[in-house]
Ligand binder design. Structure first.
Ligand SMILES: Nc1nc2c(ncn2[C@@H]2O[C@H](COP(=O)(O)OP(=O)(O)OP(=O)(O)O)[C@@H](O)[C@H]2O)c(=O)[nH]1
Ligand SMILES: [Mg+2]
Length: 313
């Protein structure tokens, strides 16, 4: 396993094992304790974040029907008595048109080498596309294919799709798993297989820690998730959110858009969109949270690498 870059930060606050220092880690693991890192990769919208949330059993990543929802690497920890798997959700691979798009692809490809296994996600309800093959071509040997959204296809369509995927993805040694991240069908089988693929090793994260995403960043993501639901066409890509103040229970979140004309859409008539988004986010926060939302125009932020960096993408 070579996820060393990523392991030291979550482990160190607990004062425990440095990367590679097994056994001494969090809670005296057995000699046959298995652990490792699994990247979820694929085209946008294939269901990577939905699968991450399903496996972890709680929401750690936002999801939406709009492509390019995930902008950062998001890790979710599955901790079990005999194993600990760290799942790494990544932005969907695509042909980039902006600095943000390039950044998303870089984040996704950086995950490939840093994990024990890559899971390529494709959709059962749409034909294998050039974008799927593009990702498949870059994957290390031993990658696995999850054919997601089987709830959207009949059994015979799924079988046909599996055969076609095997033929056209160019991953001759890969194992294939038909799954539904939405309903959970087939997910346990995939996870058991992945546990078997992990080497013996320590717990990288303390038990009970489900993600390394900072809480303020997650709240900003929840706001963005709600706004994506209201926004149409290009607008979802133009929205960025960041929490600028956190004095519990008061949380101030800024919403950036790229053009003046987008500001009104995000605010909504009489503030209706912001209000609805605020209510939906608060329902997901601890009781008592007081969320203040502000909309700002940051012209063309998607095209400025330094702004993208400052937003944490
Ligand atoms: N029917 C069905 N829909 C699914 C399934 N998995 C995901 N979806 C839907 O597919 C859409 C995209 O899901 P996401 O999890 O956001 O996809 P993603 O791959 O993370 O997308 P990006 O972050 O943009 O790369 C959402 O509307 C999900 O509800 C599934 O198993 N079945
Ligand atoms: Mg995603």
């Amino acid at each position: 396993m070579n996820g060393s870059e990523s392991v030291s930060s979550p482990a160190s606050p607990e004062g425990s094992a440095a990367p590679g220092e097994s056994e001494s880690g969090m809670g005296g693991e057995e000699a046959d304790f298995r652990s490792g890192f699994v990247a979820l990769v694929g085209r946008p919208n294939t269901g990577k974040s939905t699968l991450l949330n399903r496996i972890i059993g709680t929401k750690v990543a936002i999801t939406s029907p709009v492509p390019h929802t995930t902008r950062t690497r998001i890790r979710g920890v599955l901790d079990r008595p005999d194993s600990q798997l760290v799942f790494v959700d990544t932005p969907g691979f695509h042909k980039p048109k902006t600095a943000l798009g390039e950044r998303l692809n870089e984040t996704a490809s950086a995950s490939f080498d840093d994990v024990d296994v890559c899971v390529l996600m494709v959709e059962a309800n749409s034909a294998i596309a050039r974008g799927d093959r593009f990702v498949a071509d870059q994957l290390p040997r031993g990658s696995v294919v999850a054919v997601n959204k089987v709830d959207r296809a009949s059994r015979s369509q799924v079988l046909e799709h599996l055969a076609k995927a095997q033929e056209s993805l160019g991953l001759p040694d890969a194992e294939y798993f038909p799954i539904s991240a939405l309903s959970g069908d087939g997910v346990a089988e995939l996870v058991s297989y992945l546990v078997g693929r992990m080497p013996t090793g320590p717990r990288y994260f303390p038990p009970g820690m489900v993600t390394d995403v900072p809480e303020a960043f997650f709240v900003a993501e929840l706001v963005r998730e709600q706004l994506i639901r209201f926004a149409e066409e290009e607008l979802p890509h133009s929205i960025a959110c960041r929490v600028t103040e956190w004095e519990w229970p008061r949380i101030r979140c800024e919403i950036l858009v790229e053009r003046d004309s987008q500001k009104g859409i995000v605010i909504g008539r009489g503030g209706s969109v912001l209000k609805a988004a605020g209510i939906a986010v608060r329902e997901q926060l601890a009781p008592g949270a007081y969320l203040e939302l502000f909309v700002k125009v940051e012209k063309g932020w998607q095209r400025h690498p330094e702004l993208i960096e400052r937003l944490g993408y």
